[in-house]
Design a protein around this ligand. Structure first.
Ligand code: UD1
Ligand code: UDP
Length: 386
């Protein structure tokens, strides 16, 4: 358990660097900011991502007190890790946080947690306890989150299953709070905002895409799929485009290992639309409009069940088994024939489709950030029961 507060405000530094971390930390920043007498909260961006990160902080209106601006084209894990640890030192010396909060499983999360530990700050891990127990898959995320878990003082686990994973690793029960996943807080916030006023990026998409037809939404970026995995995925998408009466919409991740094969193999297919990574607001709009989603993304696996969209996951393992058990997510790996077969089956077998397209929320109820704030304010657990 955290030590009882001796003085307020508690200083909390949120550190993040990639698109998904920003989406899931933005609502936490907004929530913690509501308690200025008790919590002084600041954001440090590593900018492991640049454009894809900026899209998110612009939409949620998150001010960055610190920005390490580290992204380099085609960066490697070794340099990035070293640069984050080194870059965090002066930030930690300047802000002198009581707590550093990191999110999930990226290299930013792992390296920032280590830097915080070196500087004597307590570490809070948001989205703690997800595991595949296979250190090569997802690579390097499984190891990043295990290391972050060893360092963390307080673990905000999204589900009971993630809590149990931590208990199996001998993390003390009193250091774990089950909160639900902040991704659902972000999704609810985002859906509210786009309902209030149509974003410019949505208006542009409507002009650009034939949205009157069924849409299959695709995303992909996992390192373990680079090379043969991506070639196989692209061949599968080409075959699906030939046989399905649908439009495939694919916002292509900016990683050059993804851009290369995807643009080379799929540019000239008339019902495949390769578009830029979308701002969060138009991506959630697209998810809502789509018939089904094919992805290897972690965050999309969590959002889609909340929107009642079936998901085919192009991975062999997942650290998010809850939606698989509930039957709205199927793991299909990167085998070309399997992706084609499962997609076409799902498009044309209405009964099967209806069974999968069921609205449910295994990952949260939209109050995860409130529970984290309450824990900081009172030192008592206000837990999520799924
Ligand atoms: C990273 C995370 C991964 C997370 C993913 C979310 C690690 C090791 N990987 O993977 O866990 O699921 O983000 O998308 O932490 N790039 C740009 N602009 C951007 C973003 C990326 O040009 O805004 C390009 C750059 O060339 C960059 C490359 O993509 O060097 C790779 O970025 P990096 O963060 O290292 O890896 P991701 O594959 O994005
Ligand atoms: N997303 C987005 N624009 C896109 C594709 C995805 O805003 O063009 C959002 C999506 O809603 C989800 C998150 O990005 O919340 C997932 O990020 P990504 O797949 O890059 O990383 P992962 O979740 O696999 O770590």
């Amino acid at each position: 358990m955290l030590t009882a507060p001796t003085s307020y405000p508690r200083k909390v530094l949120l550190v993040f660097g990639t698109r998904p971390e920003a989406i899931k930390m933005a609502p936490l920043y907004l929530e913690l900011s509501k308690h200025p007498d008790e919590i002084e909260v600041a954001v440090c961006l590593t900018a492991q991502h640049r454009e894809m990160l900026d899209q998110v902080i612009r939409f949620f209106g998150i001010p960055a007190r610190y920005d390490l601006n580290l992204m380099k084209p085609g960066q490697n894990l070794h340099n990035l890790t070293a640069a984050i640890i080194e870059g965090m030192k002066p930030v930690l010396e300047d802000f002198r946080p009581d707590y550093v909060f990191v999110h999930g499983d990226t290299t930013t999360s792992m390296a920032a947690a280590l830097a915080a530990f070196y500087s004597g700050a307590k570490v809070g891990h948001v989205e703690a306890g997800l595991r595949t127990f296979n250190k090569q898959s997802p690579f390097p995320e499984e190891m990043n989150r295990s290391i972050t878990g060893r360092i963390a003082d307080i673990h905000f686990a999204p589900t009971q299953q993630s809590r149990e994973n931590l208990l199996r690793e001998d993390i003390a029960e009193q250091h774990i709070v089950v909160t639900g996943n902040t991704v659902i807080d972000a999704l609810q916030h985002g859906l509210r905002l786009i309902e209030e006023a149509e974003p410019e990026s949505v208006r542009l998409l409507k002009q650009q895409l034939p949205m009157h037809r069924d849409v299959i939404l695709v995303t992909g970026h996992r390192r373990e799929n680079f090379g043969e995995g991506f070639l196989s995925i692209c061949r599968a998408l080409k075959r699906i485009a030939e046989h399905a009466d649908a439009e495939i919409v694919y916002p292509v991740h900016l990683n050059p290992n993804v851009q290369g094969p995807v643009y080379e193999l799929l540019s000239d297919v008339s019902n495949i639309h390769l578009i830029d990574p979308q701002p969060y607001e138009s991506f959630i709009w697209l998810m809502n409009k789509s018939r089904l989603i094919i992805t290897d993304s972690g965050g999309v696996q969590e959002e889609a069940p909340s929107l009642g969209k079936p998901v085919l996951v192009m991975r062999d393992t997942t650290e998010r088994p809850e939606a698989v058990s509930a039957g709205t997510v199927i793991l299909v790996g990167t085998d070309e024939n399997r992706i084609v077969k499962e997609t076409l089956d799902l498009l044309y077998d209405t009964e099967r489709y209806d069974r999968m397209a069921r609205l449910h929320n295994p990952y949260g109820d939209g109050k995860a950030t409130k529970r984290i704030a309450q824990f900081l304010l009172t030192n008592h657990k206000h837990e999520y029961v799924s």
